[in-house]
Design a protein. Structure first.
Length: 598
């Protein structure tokens, strides 16, 4: 399935696509369809297609989805300790700067648009379900499967709404559109909303096949994986006002373990052999992909194709000519340091900054880079003078960052193909390719199960799962020093590699529950760095305030714009309900704690 850019707002007109056996969203628009046809058995395929298309953001190119991305680079990475906004300074994309420095309020337009986009996505599912419910099995032979697919997609969009905004209105296809605005956003607690999302997935799983004939359609394993994620969130019960974790529910943790084991035991999935294969188009929908959001290039649609518009702003300068947003934090870089045994330095914030860059008159010197590091550092982060993917013209350069005085000299290396390859689209949109987005990959399954096992006191069972991930990192092809790789020289440092890579598996000795908890949380950060999940992990674990305020204190030495920034517990875990939505509800909504009255 390659996602199509389809909008349904009021379900009046819809760009149509024909379906084929291989990829049911692969075809260019053929025309328009009337509302009467659309809201009938003849139009139900288009309605389902539109619900799938919303995975990349409804109307991503026209609605500037790059500022409210489906990949959560803003809300999940820049808002956490993993990344900086980047771009042309703090005023460039100022709303995201406010997100990064926790100064958002209910007037924010980007936050309002994110809410709106997700509810458009919910309504696409509702529109499809409303028609499907009225169709006979003769009219839609795969009716039960299509209904299940729409319920899984709706569960996903609601899950995104809940973890962003917490207090949200819930409605399904049976609610008339005119009544939507009257539904309060505090009818259900966080835990009740997650239970409703889980119930949607449970019901859907019973009617989904293990495999689908079209790539990208939801199958039962994808739904089970998503259910495991929802149950993991549900296990950490929160105080409704302070958002502090009050209980870790072992019943839900056990469900997480059961679901993850079903997925692992299916034999369908595994880790890719090399971490860097995650950013190669050739490995889209490969063995590590549990649920990929599908993208395509040169497919007959506008511009480059149905590419990942969420990442449009983030390609570095240099050979990409990009806008240079979304840059790794120094804290993230430092977190990849390892000790003499190749294990993480949990106390890395007490160590000097790794890879200190001095830049003057186009001359770059790099120091403090002799400490051992996890090899994933150079899979995730672009460091000056270090080899960049398979690009031979130059190494990564400090000039690839637009505003070096504000944001430093490091780039995000993940989520882009190498610029010299045929997989990258030439020109604007910068850095575009057909590279899928791994919404759920097998490494996530291992980490979720390991986390649940640790909290259940079964940490000995968790250690082999975490070690699988570390073993894959150790066996991946390490990044070579640029001079050794491409200039024909012999780099004497680090045996020809770009750093002193040291990574080892966790030993059984000292593997207590407390140590295992640190290990699985640390591994989650390193393995999924910049994937947009970090902030939500911190909130789920109930440690967001402690981690973020310590991070701000450390990072502001390098980033003066953090001066005066503070994460406020009981407020900043969730985004504000915006004034526009408050007005839409007829002043029916309540504001999230800490933001004050509307």
């Amino acid at each position: 399935m390659k996602l199509k850019n389809i909008a349904i707002i009021g379900a009046v007109v819809l760009s149509m696509t024909a379906c084929n056996e291989d990829s049911f969203l692969d075809n260019p628009p053929q025309g328009v369809v009337s509302e009467n046809v659309l809201m009938s058995a003849d139009g139900v395929d288009q309605l389902c297609t539109a619900a799938y298309a919303a995975l990349m953001g409804p109307n991503p190119q026209d609605w500037s989805v790059w500022w409210y991305p489906t990949t959560h680079w803003t809300t999940g990475a820049v808002r956490a300790d993993d990344a900086l906004k980047g771009g042309g300074g703090t005023g460039d994309g100022f709303e995201t700067h406010r997100l990064e420095t926790f100064t958002l309020d209910a007037t924010d337009g980007v936050t309002d648009s994110k809410w709106y986009h997700l509810y458009v996505s919910v309504q696409r599912c509702n529109s499809a379900l409303k028609v499907l419910n009225e169709c006979t099995d003769e009219q839609v032979p795969d009716k039960a499967v299509r209904i299940a697919e729409m319920r899984v997609l709706r569960a996903h969009y609601y899950f995104e709404l809940q973890r962003l905004f917490n207090q949200i209105p819930w409605f399904d296809e049976t609610v008339p559109e005119k009544e939507v605005a009257t539904i309060p956003n505090n009818e259900f607690t966080r835990e009740q909303l997650l239970d409703k999302i889980a119930a949607e997935l449970e019901t859907a799983i019973a009617n989904l096949p293990q495999t689908q004939g079209e790539v990208g359609r939801v199958n039962s394993y994808m739904a089970k994986a998503y259910l495991a994620k929802v149950y993991l969130y549900r296990a950490y019960e929160q105080n409704a006002t302070t958002h502090a974790v009050t209980t870790i529910n072992k019943e839900y943790l056990t469900k997480v373990v059961t679901l993850c084991q079903e997925i692992r035991n299916s034999g369908r999935y595994d880790l890719l052999d090399d971490f860097q294969q995650l950013d190669l188009v050739a490995y889209d929908n490969a063995k590590e992909s549990v649920w990929d959001i599908q993208y395509s290039m040169n497919d007959g649609s506008n511009s480059a194709g149905r590419i990942n518009w969420s990442m449009l702003l983030n390609a570095p300068q240099g050979p990409y000519s990009g806008d240079g947003f979304f840059l790794p934090s120094q804290d993230l870089i430092n977190a990849f340091q390892t000790d003499a045994n190749g294990l993480p330095e949990f106390g890395y914030q007490s160590l000097p900054d790794f890879d200190q860059v001095n830049y003057s008159d186009d001359y770059v010197t790099v120091s403090a880079n002799d400490h051992n590091v996890d090899p994933r550092l150079d899979f995730v982060v672009g460091r000056p003078n270090v080899t960049w993917k398979t690009y031979t013209a130059t190494p990564c350069l400090a000039t690839w960052v637009r505003d070096r005085g504000t944001y430093g000299y490091h780039c995000a290396k993940r989520f882009f193909v190498s610029p010299e390859t045929a997989d990258m689209y030439p020109g604007w949109p910068w850095g575009a390719s057909a590279l899928n987005w791994h919404m759920i990959r097998y490494a996530h399954i291992l980490l979720w199960e390991a986390e649940a096992l640790v909290e259940l006191g079964r940490q000995d069972e968790a250690r082999p799962l975490i070690n699988q991930i570390r073993q894959r990192a150790a066996q991946s092809a390490y990044v070579k020093a640029y001079t050794d790789a491409f200039d024909g020289g012999n780099c004497p440092n680090y045996g020809g590699y770009a750093a002193n890579y040291q990574i080892a598996e966790y030993p059984a000795t000292g593997w207590t529950q407390d140590y295992a908890r640190q290990a699985v949380r640390f591994e989650s950060r390193l393995e999924t760095a910049l994937e947009g999940e970090r902030f939500f992990d911190l909130v789920r674990w109930g440690i967001a305030a402690d981690v973020m305020n310590k991070y701000i204190q450390c990072e502001q030495d390098n980033r003066p714009y953090y001066q005066g920034t503070k994460f406020t517990a009981g407020k900043d875990e969730y985004l504000p309900i915006t004034n526009n939505q408050y007005k839409f509800s007829g002043q029916n909504y309540v504001q999230n704690p800490g933001y004050g009255a509307f």
